[in-house]
Every structure is written in structure tokens, then in C-alpha cells.
Design a protein around this ligand. Structure first.
Ligand code: NAD
Length: 251
């Protein structure tokens, strides 16, 4: 699909990977809307305040967008860390639930609301394509480290749903793919101590550096432009395979 002149919705479009994606799509001529909790959208991008964990709010936000929507990037997300149980007692189940509600149900809410709109689009091109959806997964979709239960539940779920949603929506000419980044330099990870970041980056093969948000946006662009790519989760991680635990988590 050619994004120029299309309407693209980016959840979490005010920060980090979503922001870079919104900026990229705006720069190539798309009409971009950021659905985010707070903050400011990039220049040229419309902002609709919305908590993706609230389906009614997502439906209202999507209803406020006029006309066809062709692209959805599910980038809204939060971190979260904590063991499932310790000698002191069970892990924080309210925190666990919140991470899953934002990262997993949030993406499901946006996909349900936007895909409903996409189904009404006129088919385009030789394949009759109507829309493209991209999920921000994670290397934790595949190798969750110690203490990353809630985040891993949300991201493994999202990776698994990528193929299911591709299957659900194939009859309507809508493709669904995921991108699974390793460590990316965004506000989400900015508070991590330098020695911890150095350890995480040490798990990468090559290059041993943090990814940049624009590198994520470039893969989004590739996915949008590549019709045969469907139901796939693409790792963007410099061949990082995280070990069970970090020195930090053993402290
Ligand atoms: P970020 O914190 O910079 O941006 C996340 C955005 O999501 C923020 O604008 C935030 O306001 C928004 N958001 C959070 N909760 C929301 C809610 N309930 N409703 C609407 N918006 C909400 O983070 P990022 O690093 O850019 O992460 C983007 C996505 O990429 C996340 O899903 C994250 O899990 C994933 N990811 C990040 C990394 C990384 O290393 N940074 C690695 C793998 C995957």
C-alpha cells in the first residue's frame, strides 16, 4: 500500500516508536492521527486523547475520525516488572492486569474499532487491499526475562494475535504484521541505569547499540509497502537473545 494520501492511526503516537512512526507517515504524505493518553503529537499530526485500555474511549476516538482509515500502528504501551510470587507473597496482580489491559487489550480495542472501518474501504490495487495493521511487539514476545511476566503476557499475546488477526481480516483485504524490537532508545527506557542498559546491549550480536525510533518507523514503512508480508512478526533486535536474567534482576 502507498501511504501517501491515506489516513493512518497511530496509538501512542506522541512518544518514542509511535511518535517516530507518526512523523514518518506524515512526512510521506499520510494524514496521521495519534491516539494517546497525553503529551503532544508531532507537528502536522492530529492528537485525539484516548486511553486505549478503555474500548468505549477507543470507539469514540475512531468515530471522531472522518472518512476511510487505511493504516493502524498499535504502538501504545507501558513497561512493568515484578515476579509472579516471592517468599513474601504473590506478585502484584493489579499491576499485572494493568499492563495486559494497556498493551494487549489496548491493541485489540484499536484493531477492532479501526478494522471495522477498514472493512468498508474500497479495495485498491491488483490485490484489492483495504488496510494494513502493525503491532509493536517485543523480543519479550519470544524470550521474556525473569520478572517480565505481565509485559511478556501482553507482548507474546500480541505476537500470537498477529497471525490470528491476519486470518480474521484476510477476507477483507487487510494485512496484519508485528515488529518485535529489542532495546530501543525511547522515553520508556530512558530512566534505566546506564550499567543496566550496557548489560542489555551486550546481549545483542551486531550492532551492539540501542535502536533508534526512526529505524522502527522505517520497518513500518516497509511493512506497509510490501503486500506479501502478512501474519508475520519481524524481529528488529540485532540478533539479541536475552538470557533468563540480568545481573540487575539478581541483585
Ligand atoms: P514510550 O513510553 O516512549 O511511548 C509509549 C506511548 O504510549 C506514550 O506516548 C504513552 O503516553 C502511550 N500510552 C501509554 N499508555 C497508554 C494508554 N493507556 N492509552 C493510550 N496511550 C498510551 O514507549 P516506546 O518505547 O516508544 O514504546 C512503544 C511500544 O513499543 C510499546 O508498546 C512498547 O512496549 C514497545 N517496545 C518498546 C521497546 C523499547 O526498547 N523502547 C522495545 C520493544 C517494544
Amino acid at each position: 500500500m502507498e501511504p501517501a494520501g491515506k489516513c493512518a492511526v497511530v496509538t501512542g503516537g506522541n512518544s518514542g516508536l509511535g511518535r517516530a512512526t507518526a512523523q514518518w507517515l506524515e512526512a510521506v504524505g499520510a494524514d496521521v492521527i495519534s491516539l494517546d493518553l497525553s503529551g503532544e503529537a508531532p507537528e502536522g499530526v492530529r492528537f485525539i486523547a484516548c486511553d486505549v485500555s478503555d474500548f468505549a474511549a477507543v470507539e469514540a476516538a475512531v468515530a471522531a475520525i472522518e472518512g476511510p482509515i487505511h493504516i493502524l500502528a498499535n504502538c501504545a504501551g507501558i513497561g512493568g516488572i515484578g515476579p509472579i510470587a516471592t517468599a513474601e507473597g504473590p506478585g502484584d496482580m493489579a499491576a499485572f492486569r494493568h499492563v495486559v489491559e494497556v498493551n494487549l487489550l489496548g491493541a485489540a480495542h484499536a484493531t477492532a474499532a479501526v478494522a471495522t472501518r477498514m472493512i468498508g474501504n474500497a479495495p485498491e490495487g491488483e490485490d484489492g487491499e483495504r488496510g494494513v495493521i502493525i503491532n509493536a511487539c517485543s523480543i519479550a514476545s519470544f524470550e521474556g526475562q525473569e520478572g517480565m511476566g505481565a509485559y511478556t503476557a501482553s507482548k507474546a499475546g500480541l505476537a500470537g494475535l498477529t497471525l490470528v488477526w491476519a486470518r480474521d481480516l484476510s477476507r477483507h483485504g487487510i494485512r496484519v504484521n508485528g515488529i518485535a524490537p529489542g532495546f530501543m532508545a525511547t522515553p520508556m527506557v530512558a530512566m534505566l541505569p546506564d550499567d543496566f542498559v550496557a548489560e542489555l546491549l551486550g546481549d545483542a550480536e551486531f550492532p551492539k547499540r540501542a535502536g533508534r525510533p526512526d529505524e522502527f518507523a522505517e520497518v513500518v514503512d516497509f511493512v506497509i509497502h510490501t503486500p506479501l508480508l502478512n501474519g508475520e512478526v519481524i524481529r528488529l533486535d540485532a540478533a539479541t537473545r536475552p538470557p533468563a536474567r540480568t545481573k540487575w534482576s539478581m541483585d
